[in-house]
Write a new protein. Sequence first.
Length: 230
Amino acid sequence: MNIRTFLLLSAIGAVAIAGCGHTNKLAKHNIGGKTALYRTYTTASAGSYAYVESPTKNNTVVDILAAIGSGVVSDQGRRKLQNAVNGDSIAQAVGRGISQATVDYLRLQPVATIADNPDLIVETELTQYNVVSGTYGVAIYVRGKSRVIERKTGIIVWEDSESHTIPLSETWVAALAPTVVRSGASIFNAVQLLSLSEAEIRNVVNNGAVVAGREIGETLRDDVAEMHEE
């Protein structure tokens, strides 16, 4: 499976998931301006997945960790990738994108703890995350869901499950190390990406995850707009 196929399947999966995992009861529950506690967590595998398309074989995808193990880069680089691509931090990044949408479009007021007696609980769950790299660039694939729960009734007022493939922008990397990574267009440049520090790799990947969260937030925006059209 090459990266083009992977991205195509990801897009198809996103449509399927969005179609069967959406709840919208915003019109029945006036939650605008209420207080909310935000939670993020991951049910994804503890291991991160990163793939790179081989530049020497057509339509071949190899595990980037295998490339690392073969001596392309050191064991230190391998540990760096495993530490940098962390499900919990990606979940938090997706959650930031979604929480921004709830503040922007529902005017929710975040609180710090359950002791603040929030009206709502907003949960974001990360169920899958992959980093893929090939001749078409480096991207992060995120599958997640978010829901808004009315605390006093336990009713799910809004819920959405989606998958998104977000190309990792060159500008995010260039801002960190403009002379190190140019495009991430091959295994060579992917390994160059691994030459960045754990914090830098995490920052780049998490920036992509925030965009994925904003994409889910776009569904919320559409639902709010639809509610006001009725």
